[in-house]
Design a protein around this ligand. Sequence first.
Ligand code: SF4
Ligand code: SF4
Length: 225
Amino acid sequence: MIVAERKPFDEIKELIHGYKKVLVVGCGTCVAVCLTGGEKEVSVLSAELKLSNKTESAPATFGEATVQRQCDFEFLDEIKDIVGEYDALLSMACGAGIQFLAERYPEIPVFPAVNTTFIGVNKDVGWYEERCKACGTCVLGMTGGICPVTMCAKSLFNGPCGGTNHESCEINSDQPCAWHMIYTRLAKQGRLDNIIKICPANDWRNQKPQTLVQPGYEERKASAE
Ligand code: SF4
Ligand code: SF4
């Protein structure tokens, strides 16, 4: 899932300063799971904003709405009858959701209430760890299911580097060396021959926005353009 964290309250207040009717828009998927931007977090932020606005001479008003997914026009349409009542939208979705909200309602300023941090896993309630940087060329099949792009300080496709030191990375003794972990995992699976295979350099296609059209959906995409 995509993991995000709420921006500092003062930064959020500064972003929406001067707007008189603000709709706080949550997302019911990734950011809800990581306890950052779901229905409950929308309520908490709205309550904090209302409280801090009480002392203003002309306090702003705040509305609340949470859609299932902000990265999907189908769900963004659910708020089409109310967005016109507001002069700003404050999104609690990930960066993709925030941009799609702004694209769907381009006449209204959209502001981010969260910082999108990484693609990660849910280790426990409130505890998330990064696992993927969406590099566009997944090598997990070669590396025993451990991502060298995320876990190695140099994102090496072929490792370890000369800095590996008794299971640790040279950047910090508390940081495990990704390629030591990969070696250990492959050894456990009897697949150590993988470690000497050369992984070709990544072409880093993710340096420009990517589009994925699943097989069979090309015509549908063409007719929508
Ligand atoms: S190799 Fe690339 S796609 Fe695969 S997990 Fe790592 S960053 Fe993600
Ligand atoms: S020591 Fe290991 S984790 Fe650190 S940069 Fe080198 S290969 Fe990557």
